[in-house]
Design a protein around this ligand. Structure first.
Ligand SMILES: [Zn+2]
Length: 265
């Protein structure tokens, strides 16, 4: 189908949508809104592939979230799903030091899990959908992410690319990620927090994707309510306002960026 907007990161396979998913997907199709529904473990990744296989405007990402380190990683199961034609990214995977008091222990558990998924993405020739969240008041997870991506590119070649979702880093981290041919995506958090305006203005338009992270991060004035991918319109409008650019230009660019990065058919 022809898209008008693309929400590059949602979780519409989640149980939050069980009672009205069909209506939501129909409404999205009517408005030309596509999404990538993202797995965080084996079960949600399977559900993502199943949903994407049934709907032309839904694509899947398969992966294990960095804070999901209790469940052992199942490389063969994920490799099979990564090869599926409806899977357009491996993730969400990465580093999350926000929810821990023991960054060293988190790092020891999360780095091997992330590197296993980088290898999977390389093997399947799919981009990465990265989750990276630093410990409070630092950019530690971003600096480590950038180092890991640099050495992965040395090892696997420049074909490795992807997107860093819910980007909370600064201009320096953004610049390094763009140099590595990665994009960053923003949610409706930018409708009520001003912390990201500087980076949003700094970033070249071809490096920004729109996402909702639904069911999380509903835009103002609906904060705290269940979000859904239709809010991607609000995100695009907010990006345009912050950048001082025409909304139609930003809409077309964020859509084209998603099509390019994830090779959407
Ligand atoms: Zn997510």
């Amino acid at each position: 189908m022809e898209f008008t907007y693309f929400d590059a990161h949602s979780h519409v396979q989640g149980s939050e949508y069980d009672r009205d998913r069909a209506e939501l997907l129909t409404a999205m199709a009517t408005e030309g809104i596509g999404t990538m529904t993202v797995g965080v473990d084996l079960a949600s990744s399977r559900a993502a592939v199943a949903l994407a296989s049934a709907h032309a405007h839904v694509y899947a990402a398969v992966g294990q979230h960095p804070t999901d380190t209790d469940e052992p990683f199942a490389p063969d199961a994920f490799a099979a799903m990564a090869r599926n034609a409806r899977t357009v990214a491996v993730g969400e995977c990465g580093l999350d030091y926000f929810r821990t008091d023991d960054v060293a222990a988190a790092r020891a558990a999360q780095v091997p899990l992330f590197e296993a998924q980088i290898a999977l993405a390389v093997a399947a020739q799919k981009p990465l959908m990265i989750h990276a969240r630093p410990s409070t008041g630092t950019v530690d997870a971003y600096r480590e992410l950038i180092d890991i991506l640099k050495s992965a590119k040395r090892e696997h070649g420049d074909a490795l690319t992807g997107n860093v979702h819910f980007f909370v880093g600064g201009v320096d981290e953004a610049r390094d990620l763009f140099d590595l041919d990665f994009t960053v995506s923003y949610t409706a958090v930018i409708t009520f927090a001003r912390d990201y305006d500087e980076v949003i203005r700094f970033a070249p338009l071809e490096r920004i994707l729109s996402e909702t992270d639904s069911p999380y991060v509903a835009p103002a004035p609906h904060r705290g309510k269940r979000n859904d991918p239709r809010a991607v319109k609000t995100v695009v409008a907010a990006l345009a306002g912050i950048r001082g650019e025409d909304e139609e230009t930003v809409r077309a660019a964020t859509l084209a960026n998603a099509v390019r990065v994830f090779q959407l058919a």
